[in-house]
Design a protein around this ligand. Structure first.
Ligand code: HAX
Length: 438
């Protein structure tokens, strides 16, 4: 058993007992109420999920096990002489709630490198798809194809004790995390680079190796990939990709099936696909207005987008009510490495112009940019122009958080998720009966 797995078991299994007792003792404690409007509003604000890995504050943004993004950029281990945190370290933190040492990170790297060989049938399944298939569709197919290797599914079929679910899940989670960058890079190279694939370099860290397999062997791009894979990793439990992982996993679908389902959710334009939509929207604007639009022209284009009944991608959020600190982290990176980049400067102009216009609509609850407003411009700076692939990068990162969470689900013995649904008729009758009795 690896040191990380041992530490996880020592932490999670006693906590599962403690939590069961806490729930028993406080079973009747009322946390809140919800309204008819909430039922129709996508359950926003209703507390109905448990996620240990991160917590989102509307104004402050995300904290991973209590740490903000600026704190993580300082405190997580980096490669010697490096400036950006290593995503493997964030996985350790999310899993254990403790900051890792650099040696802890090296242990994870070595373990994942051993697991990284992707079976040939996964590539064959991808090769069977038309080259025009959206990369996110290919990614979901690739993850489902990896599922043949699930040790959880195999063990369950043979019969296992509930207490051991976490153990097999752990093995699947580590293997999945080791293999998805290889699958993602394969999709990129087959779709955009004539199928000229690049072998992994086991000497590199997880993020740099991913950049290497994609074909971006530049130290600065390695830094960007490390930052990118850290900031997209988790955003508490209610977002579509995290919630889907938890929901599907609650049926004891193995980590591969749960994560593939989550990626189908991430591929929606209101969630992870927004990063490609931002670049598409800017390109359309440039085509209509010119390469270097003024603030006034951008303002007019935003108004036009709203008038046409479309969303301004990269702006708004279901929980956040301020500028997303993930946007700010990317802006800081851009200020350091590409302050004169034309597209980056358009992104910054949009940031100046869009919030008051969105606010003036009177209905958009959060007029500020989210993570997706900035990421494409950074990638484009390094010549990574195939924007339909961007959500796959997001997906590789998101795996870290949702897989750490799924492991906790199994260790805590969380049950099948099954919220109650009602009909409009039921709601009407219930409201009328309550009013009549008031
Ligand atoms: N542009 C135009 N209209 C917007 C808007 C935007 N950026 N953000 C919200 N609105 C609209 C909504 O469509 C809704 O309109 P209707 O009442 O006509 O249906 C109204 O404002 C109220 O919405 P809200 O309560 O403020 O926002 P929601 O919680 O319902 O939705 C979204 C949050 C992120 C989906 C929304 O802000 C949006 O569509 N943004 C653009 C797409 C985007 O950037 N998505 C990525 C979000 C971050 C993420 O998950 N990344 O992966």
């Amino acid at each position: 058993m690896t040191e990380l797995k041992k530490k996880f078991a020592e932490k999670a299994l006693p906590l599962a007992v403690e939590i069961r007792n806490f729930v028993k003792e406080n079973a009747d404690f009322v946390l809140g109420e919800f309204t008819v409007e909430d039922v129709y509003a996508g359950q926003k604000g209703i507390i109905g999920l448990l996620t240990e890995t991160s917590l989102l504050d509307s104004n402050e943004g995300i904290r991973f096990r209590g740490y903000t993004i600026p704190e993580l950029r300082q405190l997580l281990p980096k490669v010697p002489g490096g400036t950006e945190p290593l995503p493997e370290g964030l996985f350790y933190l999310m899993l254990l709630g403790e900051l890792p040492t650099y040696d802890d990170v090296l242990d994870i790297q070595a373990n994942w490198a051993q697991r990284a060989t992707v079976p040939a049938h996964v590539f064959a399944a991808l090769d069977a798809m038309p080259i025009t298939t959206h990369p996110m569709t290919q990614f979901a197919i690739g993850i489902n194809a990896l599922q043949t290797e699930s040790v959880f599914a195999k063990a369950y079929k043979e019969g296992i004790n509930k207490k051991d679910y976490w153990d097999y899940t752990y093995e699947d989670v580590c293997t999945l995390l080791a293999r998805i960058p290889v699958v993602a890079a394969y999709i990129y190279r087959r779709t955009y680079k004539n199928g000229e694939h690049i072998a992994p370099d086991p000497k590199l860290d997880w993020a740099a190796n991913f950049a290497h397999m994609l074909g971006y062997d530049l130290n600065e791009f390695y830094k960007l990939m490390r930052l990118y894979l850290v900031i997209h990793a988790d955003h508490e439990g209610g977002n579509v990709s995290a919630h889907t992982t938890h929901l599907v996993g609650s049926a004891l679908s193995d980590p591969y099936l749960s994560f593939a389902a989550a990626m189908n959710g991430l591929a929606g334009p209101l969630h992870g696909l927004a990063n490609q939509e931002v670049v598409r929207w800017i390109k359309d604007m440039q085509e209509e207005i010119g390469e270097d639009p003024t603030e006034e022209q951008i303002a007019t284009y935003i108004q036009q987008t709203l008038t046409e009944g479309k969303v301004v991608p990269g702006y708004g959020h279901a929980v956040l009510r301020k500028t997303d600190p993930r946007f700010t982290a990317q802006q800081e990176f851009a200020k350091t490495y590409m302050a004169d980049d034309k597209l980056v400067n358009i992104v910054w102009k949009i940031y100046k112009v869009a919030p008051p216009i969105l606010e003036n609509t009177g209905k958009i609850k959060n007029p500020w940019p989210n993570v997706d407003a900035h990421s494409g411009a950074l990638l484009l700076h390094y010549g990574f122009a195939e924007y339909e692939f961007y959500t796959v990068l997001f997906g590789v990162s998101r795996a870290l958080g949702v897989m750490a969470s799924l492991l906790w689900d199994r260790a805590l013995g969380l049950p099948l998720e099954r919220p109650k649904s009602v009909t409009y008729e039921w709601l009407k009758k219930t409201v009328e009966a309550k009013k009549a009795n008031a």
